[in-house]
Design a protein around this ligand. Sequence first.
Ligand SMILES: *Cc1c(COP(=O)(O)O)cnc(C)c1O
Length: 318
Amino acid sequence: MNPPRLPLCCLPTPVHPLPRLSDRLGLDVWIKRDDLTGFAGGGNKGRKIEYLIAEALARGAHTVVTCGSTQSNFIRQMGAGCAVAGLRCVAVCMDLPYDGSAGKPTQPGVPSTGGNVTLDEWYGVELVRVPDGTWEQLAEATSATAAELGEGVYLCPLGGSTPLGVYAFYQAGLELEAQGPGFKRIVTATSSGSTQTGLAHAFRGTGTRVLGIQCDPEPEFVHDLAALSRAYASEFGGDPLPAEAFEAWLDWVGPGYNVPGDETREAVALLARTEGIVLDPVYTGKAFAGLVGLARQGVLTGRVLFWHTGGFPVVFAG
Ligand SMILES: *Cc1c(COP(=O)(O)O)cnc(C)c1O
């Protein structure tokens, strides 16, 4: 059964080769332009929000409560979705949420003003700012806020990574399959996990393997992806993917979530100066640094797709 969907994005997003970059890397690199999903400044979250908002409306909710970093792309796109659907949007945020085992990064993250925060204001998002802490503390503060608001609240977890978020990216994988040449590898930024999990479900049993480049330092991440896959399979049917079926690379996280490293900055400059395409410092810059690094290590060969997940407004943070 297909879940209800509120069409918001401009789909399908384009797929095209990157000839100048390919020459530089000695690899046949293509790009999937989910930076061009169109709605609310683009990005991968638009695909999930089409389903999440439809579910909130179907449940008769009047308010969406969600969370993220203050500079979250998900909050920005969810805020716009709520505005369109006539829902109130309350978002609990921390400037620099971090993984408990890794601790808080010592270097400053991207600024928590301008960029997405400007757009949040335009969309009427009510930001509830809480002091920096772990991702678990952010989730707890979000549940507490939802409980205070009482009935009619649709609680949406970090990054929209619910079974519906996975479903949205399963559909996105089918969209790519219908568009183009076969790819040996798809490289994507991965963080809350539904983008990678949905794509992995779409390409299971094919010649295409999905590689996630992690944007926050979480060593047990593939187990989170497996848990998300189980939740997805129990709602939508089919067999879940085990942790071993997922490939996630920690090597390009840099100093921590929300903090770009030198490799991130070099990767951003490389794509800008070869193809004129803009990456962001939090997600896609790290993922692209991963693609370049894996190409240099010889892990990537043949035809490879970089899934551009957006994040453009963060360039104007500060
Ligand atoms: C949220 C986000 C990601 C990660 O997607 P998940 O589904 O949360 O793993 C990647 N890139 C950008 C720009 C994002 O905003």
